[in-house]
Design a protein around this ligand. Structure first.
Ligand code: GUN
Length: 293
């Protein structure tokens, strides 16, 4: 039976380190890390994410502000708010929760964030730094950065000689994940919906990362014996066995089947999810430390 990788525990360690770092920065430089989280509209899932980000920031002793804008907010008004946050010396990290309403150009909004405050790592400058191996100065997107820490816990920092398959090619997870694995010397393949023989390709992976948003798509016989399996998916499915109308969260991996074959697997919930918010705290602390000099 595979090791269950406890993302909650690792995330607690990362958050505790961010809190300690924030206390030290305050004591030594008089600087309190500040994060601004911006949400446009009332998407319930986004509201839950944003509330937990703000709560975690307060737990870390950060200055945390939340801007909740109406769904019909104009792009100009949002860009103006970001301009103000870019100029605000008390704010070191700016996060605009995605997706944005259709009438707003998300790309333009993301590119308007000061790259030095882009704790999501979505700005072209940070994407480019990661892509060129400047991982020391890039802000790395939080979900892949957190996944990488979980992989390190199992496999160490140097992945030389190991094959990695990332299923999913999104800008938020798949592509940055592949770049991080490459920077750690893994031999990396990105697979997606047009990849032939996906099960066969996945079976070659010592490290398998699933980030596609399809409930339990990765089956047990897709997993190489002993592999490290990182499940980025968070999908809500019907759970009639829990009662009428009940639902439960599952990942992109069929956990029980994968755990019978793999060396280590992240559960959902309690795997990658808690790491995402923890890495946002870590990135915000790094930004504040850089600004403080
Ligand atoms: N929506 C879903 N994931 C993310 C994320 O990591 N950052 C932001 N800003 N929005 C998201």
């Amino acid at each position: 039976m595979a090791e269950k990788i406890d993302g909650r525990k690792v995330a607690e360690d990362v958050v505790a380190a961010a809190k300690t770092g924030a206390d030290r920065l305050k004591a030594e430089k008089g600087v309190v890390p500040g994060i601004a989280v911006v949400i446009v509209g009332t998407d319930p899932a986004s509201q839950v994410y944003v509330a937990s980000k703000s709560k975690k920031a307060k737990e870390c002793g950060f200055h945390s502000v939340q801007h909740e804008l109406a769904a019909d907010t104009s792009e100009a008004a949002l860009l103006s708010l970001i301009g103000d946050l870019n100029a605000d010396p008390a704010i070191h990290g700016i996060l605009v929760q995605l997706p944005l309403p259709d009438h707003i150009d998300s790309g333009r909004v993301i590119q308007s964030i000061d790259p030095d405050k882009d704790v999501d790592g979505f700005h072209f400058i940070n994407v480019g730094k990661l892509g060129t191996g400047e991982t020391d100065t890039a802000f790395v997107p939080c979900t892949p950065a957190g996944s990488m820490i979980l992989i390190e816990r199992v496999r160490g920092r140097d992945l030389s000689g190991l094959t990695a398959v990332v299923v999913g090619r999104s800008n938020i997870v798949g592509k940055p994940m592949a770049n991080l694995l490459l920077a750690a010397n893994a031999t990396v393949t990105i697979a997606h919906s047009r990849t032939p023989d996906l099960p066969g390709l996945c079976r070659t992976a010592d490290i398998l990362v699933a980030a596609v948003g399809r409930p339990q798509m990765v089956k047990g016989d897709w997993v190489k014996p002993g592999a490290t399996v990182i499940d980025v998916g968070i999908n809500r499915i019907a759970a009639p066995e829990r009662g009428e109308g009940k639902t439960r969260l599952v990942g992109d991996v069929d956990y029980d089947a994968a755990a019978a074959v793999a060396g280590a697997v992240t559960p959902v919930p309690g795997g990658v999810g808690p790491m995402t918010i923890a890495m946002l705290m870590a990135n915000t602390l790094v930004s504040a430390c850089r600004r403080a000099g």
